[in-house]
Design a protein around this ligand. Structure first.
Ligand code: SAM
Length: 329
């Protein structure tokens, strides 16, 4: 699959549910309305759709959400997709908040998952509870260590937020180094209405990197995981530190991914509204596999050049109305 700007699309991110067991303040409103079950693709439908993408050239697949591990029977999807590793698919990964990892880490590893991203914005239990509205840090850390014990390579993702974790990155980097985890910091993006003002939360990572460089030896690394992060090797820990900077420096020119929601809607860009409905062709027996492939090809032909996120006090509405939990972070 090649888009109009000559970019090869080889990475599919799949939000398997819009539901989550946490309510991170920058991600969701507290009183979210979730999709009725009738709107959501079955796991079998998701697997078939992912299979079509793999046949069309997708080599890397990431399950996300909402929280992927709260979807009932999600492991049947993981096992099904895992069976494609080596026959079309190079990698199956997962982004999770970690609350269910003690339960699923071994099964994930057995299904062929090798790496996972766990989102932890702070290592302070009280701040964690405040940021997630009701999360228990200890439960998540137990999950992280269960993943490590199962042989999964863990990367910790943290959204950089003023007033939440801006003075904690040294501690988080040290903790990650101690346990052999890479750390990736992410700029907050204007997706969906939340109860707080994003201008108050936004922390440019250029500033964070400059501060970290005073205490750590950071050397630019050519390491890539096929995502948008730019990595540095951390001499003191032997681990890596990544930065995802959609606000201060986007990498749209090398974008290789599209995003599928649990309703079968395909977003060609995280930061644009245009989308393609794949549920109708998926469910239309008259169209068959060819019809589904044609719908995907039409969508790829509309992939926009990039997003134009702005976080600005003069602009009160978010750049994109849907929350990150819809498209899958
Ligand atoms: N529940 C899973 C998790 O917590 O990793 C997967 C879904 S979550 C939406 C994926 C990632 O998106 C998390 O790391 C989360 O912190 C991040 N995220 C959510 N809203 C965001 C926003 N507005 N800007 C930047 N990152 C955001």
């Amino acid at each position: 699959m090649i888009d109009p700007f000559g970019r090869h699309i080889s990475y599919l991110r799949v939000s398997v549910t819009d539901r989550c067991d946490l309510r991170c303040v920058y991600c969701m409103a507290e009183d979210m309305t979730f999709l009725p079950k009738s709107e959501v693709l079955t796991l079998e439908e998701l697997e078939r759709l992912c299979g079509t993408f793999i046949d069309l050239g997708v080599r890397k697949l990431r399950l996300t959400g909402g929280e992927p591990l709260v979807r009932k029977n999600v492991m049947s999807l993981v096992r099904g997709l895992g069976s494609r590793i080596g026959s079309g698919l190079d990698e199956l990964t997962l982004t999770t908040n970690g609350t269910q990892l003690t339960k699923y880490a071994d099964e994930l590893a057995a299904a062929g998952v090798r790496r996972i991203n766990v989102s932890i914005d702070t290592l302070d239990a009280a701040a964690f509870k405040a940021a997630t509205r009701w999360g228990e840090l200890d439960k998540v850390l137990d999950g992280v260590f269960a993943a490590k014990a199962a042989g999964l390579h863990v990367k910790i993702n943290a959204v950089a937020l003023k007033g939440l974790n801006e003075h904690e990155f040294d501690r988080m980097l040290a903790w990650c180094g101690e346990h052999g985890f890479d750390l990736c910091l992410i700029e907050t993006m204007p997706l969906g209405e939340i109860s707080e003002d994003r201008t108050d939360q936004f922390l440019p990572l250029s500033l964070v990197r400059a501060r970290l460089k005073q205490n750590w030896t950071l050397t630019e690394s050519s390491h890539t995981t096929g995502g948008p992060a730019r990595y540095y090797d951390v001499a003191e820990t032997g681990t890596r530190l990544g930065f995802i900077t959609p606000m201060t420096h986007n990498f749209c020119e090398s974008c290789n991914r599209v995003r599928l929601t649990c309703t079968g809607t395909l977003y060609m860009c995280l930061g644009q509204e245009d989308a393609a409905d794949l549920r109708a062709p998926l469910r239309d027996p008259a169209l068959g596999e060819e019809g589904l492939r044609a719908a995907i090809a039409d969508a790829i032909a509309r992939k926009p050049k990039g997003h134009d996120f702005v976080i600005d006090r003069r602009r009160s509405a978010p750049a994109v109305a849907r929350h990150m939990s819809v498209t899958g972070g």
